[in-house]
Every structure is written in C-alpha cells, then in structure tokens.
Design a protein around this ligand. Structure first.
Ligand SMILES: Nc1ncnc2c1ncn2[C@@H]1O[C@H](COP(=O)(O)OP(=O)(O)OP(=O)(O)O)[C@@H](O)[C@H]1O
Ligand SMILES: [Mg+2]
Length: 364
C-alpha cells in the first residue's frame, strides 16, 4: 500500500517528501524538477511503541512503515499528454491514496505555473485532469461492455449502468469517490477499474512558517471548498519542516519546532493520517527479542494479521492471545495482564483492533 504526493509543479511536493523520508528527493525552484517518482519507506511515528519498549526492554524495536511516492507535477492538459502527463498519471494510478499538495503561501521568488497563488483553482485543475483520465478509462470500458449488454446479457447490463453513472458523474466534474453505489456494484464494477478519482484523498496545505499552527486565508478557502468531500485538510509549513528535518540533533529539532508553535512535526501527523487513509492499522508483538509494530488492513481477521508475519502463520493459525494496548500499559507486563485475567484468546473470526498486542499459536 502506498500513498502518492500529487499536485501542480513547483508547489512543494518533493520538499514534503523530504520532510517525511530520509531518502532525499531533489527539490528546486522550477517546474518539472521531478520526473521519475521518488519512493520512500517512512516509519510511522507511534508513541505506543516507545511505551512498550519501556515496559519490555527488548533488544530491538521495529516501527510500522508506509510507502510514500513523490510524483511529478501535473499541468492542465496532462490527461492529453501535456508535460509528460500520461506517464505521471500512470504513476498516480499505481498508488492507493492521494496526498494532494496545495500551494498556500505567497512568495514572489517561487514560480507558480499559472502565474498566481490560488489553491482552489489549482485543486480544480488537478481534479479535472484526473477526472478526464478516468473518463477515458470509463469510455473504453463502456465500448467493451456495450455489445454484450445489447444482446441481453444481464451482467453486462448491470455493469453498463454503473459505468454510465460514472461517465455522467465525471462529465459533470464529480470524482468517482463522491458517487454512491451499492456495495455489490462497487465491489464488482467500480473497484476493479481502479479509477484515479476513486482513490481516497487528503489535502496538504503548504503554508509559510508563520501560518504553521494558525493556517491562513488560503487554508480557510481550501477547507471551505472541500467541506463536502469528507477529506482531511492538513496544514504544514513544508519548507520550514524540511529544513528542520535536515538537523541531526533531536533537541535542536525540537527547539525549532517549538519556535513555530509545534510540539511534534506536522509531518508526523501527516504520516499517521496517510496510514489511516490507506485503511491501515497497527498491531504489536512484544517480546524481549523484539517489540514490533505490524501493519494490517482495518477489518483484518486474526489469521490475516498472522499472515503479515508469515504465510505459514496464516495457514496454520490456531488461535491468538490478545492483550489490548491499554491493558498492557495499565498492568505493566504480559504476566500481570494474565494474572488479572485480561488476556483474551481469540479464534479465526476475530477482527483485529488497532493497538492489539498479539501472540499467535499455529501449527505447520
Ligand atoms: N512553504 C514554502 N515556502 C517557501 N518556499 C517553499 C515552500 N515549500 C516549498 N518551497 C520551495 O518551492 C520550490 C519547489 O519545491 P519542490 O521542488 O518541492 O516542488 P515540487 O512540487 O516537487 O515541484 P516539481 O513538480 O517540479 O517536482 C523549492 O524551491 C522549495 O524550496
Ligand atoms: Mg518535485
């Protein structure tokens, strides 16, 4: 699962990537600085992991990770191939969620491809290009399904109806994610098509230092414009945070963060949000060798969670011993949790909860 950083050229996408990842992307003040996507595997900051480390005192600690991809900027006409648009759109299609960066700072020295700062217009430009690309996809699919639908094939007719709804929506400027379908229609006809505008999205308002905590008028406009989208809007002083991230010394980083009014980097929050946007959650294993955060889909069962560690664990799954994170911390150790009768034994149908500390029993 990976989240892609998407937006117009020169709005701060690679700079954002550099706030998140130790892999350094080239960022510079000119459009199309990025051509090939930069891929970074980013640790998910999780205070619970340090707490477990404190309690268990393991040899090593391994955090959960999420993959972030910094993608080239899109311009008007990208869906028709402008600015290598087709290649860049293909890069976006390969991701599972979109972090849409909007320029929300004034600075005459930083070029804006459309000549002025206007995050709402920028958002519409990007949305339109993504929608046009999806329109192309849906039209191709419609062509294929039409004939079978005409001959009376019920399945094809159902698919055609869904595709027509998508086509009409896109033509009216509505992203696929905003359209409503029955669960079956969605699973059978929408999801497999991997429409770009069906991917979950969050907005990252790139502001200057002074607006890191308070936001600014641009941010207010963005929030207002997306209020019906059910999408998160995050405010981040991307340039400043990238500079702070360059500092090696932890104390020094904290001081600079406090200076701009933050107690943790905005990028930490962004990573956690991206993780959620990807429908991911964390369970822990806690032993003296290793305390580790593992990533599973929200809604995953016990065996699926076990399968993240090893496919044999999933195949041979017998049961799981589960301690909720809160119980682990309030009792202080696995032994004390057991004594208190708070360790649960869960079977194959157990739905994993975020923060579960798990131990799997299986045979091979
Ligand atoms: N909040 C900010 N305030 C001032 N300057 C910024 C801010 N964020 C980014 N910049 C500057 O904007 C320029 C473009 O940034 P960056 O290279 O990250 O853009 P990009 O979106 O990756 O562009 P491209 O699409 O061309 O790859 C850089 O000079 C960067 O330092
Ligand atoms: Mg870039």
């Amino acid at each position: 699962m990976k989240a892609g950083i998407v937006g117009l050229p020169n709005v701060g996408k690679s700079t954002l990537f550099n706030c998140l990842s130790n892999a350094k992307a080239q960022s510079a003040n000119f459009p199309f600085c990025t051509i090939e996507p930069n891929i970074g595997v980013v640790n998910v900051p999780d205070p619970r992991l340090s707490k477990l480390e404190e309690l268990v005192n393991p040899e090593k600690v391994i955090p959960a990770t999420v993959e972030i991809v910094d993608i080239a900027g899109l311009v008007k006409g990208a869906s028709k191939g402008e600015g290598l648009g087709n290649q860049f759109l293909a890069n976006i299609r390969e991701t599972d969620a979109i972090l849409h960066v909007l320029r929300c700072f004034d600075n005459d020295n930083i070029v804006h491809v459309d000549g002025s700062v206007d995050p709402i217009r920028d958002k519409e430009t990007i949305d339109m290009e993504l929608q046009l690309k999806d329109l192309e996809t849906v039209e191709k699919k419609l062509d294929k399904v039409k004939r079978a639908a005409k001959t009376g094939n019920k399945e094809a007719q159902a698919e055609e109806a869904v595709l027509l709804k998508i086509k009409e929506g896109l033509e009216a400027g509505t992203s696929v994610r905003a359209l409503e379908f029955s669960d079956e229609d969605y699973a059978d006809y929408v999801k497999p098509s991997q429409f770009i505008t069906d991917k979950p999205v969050m907005y990252v308002c790139n502001v200057d230092e002074g607006a890191a905590t308070s936001g600014n008028a641009y941010v207010d406009k963005v929030k207002d414009a997306v209020k019906n989208e059910n999408a998160e809007v995050l405010v981040l002083a991307v340039g400043t945070e990238a500079d702070i991230n360059e500092l090696d010394d932890y104390e020094e980083r904290q001081l600079f963060l406090q200076d701009i009014g933050l107690d943790e980097p905005g990028s930490a929050k962004l990573i956690r949000s991206a993780y959620k946007l990807l429908n991911q959650q964390t369970y822990f294993t806690a032993g003296v060798k290793e305390v580790r955060a593992w990533t599973v889909n929200i809604g995953a069962t016990g065996p699926q969670a076990a399968g993240v560690i090893h496919t044999d664990f999933e195949k041979g799954f017998i049961r799981a011993e589960v301690i909720s994170y809160d119980d682990y911390v309030s009792f202080g150790s696995e032994a004390k949790v057991k004594e208190a009768g708070k360790m649960r034994v869960e079977g194959k149908n157990y739905i994993v909860k975020d923060g579960d500390v798990m131990h799997f029993l299986f045979n091979v």
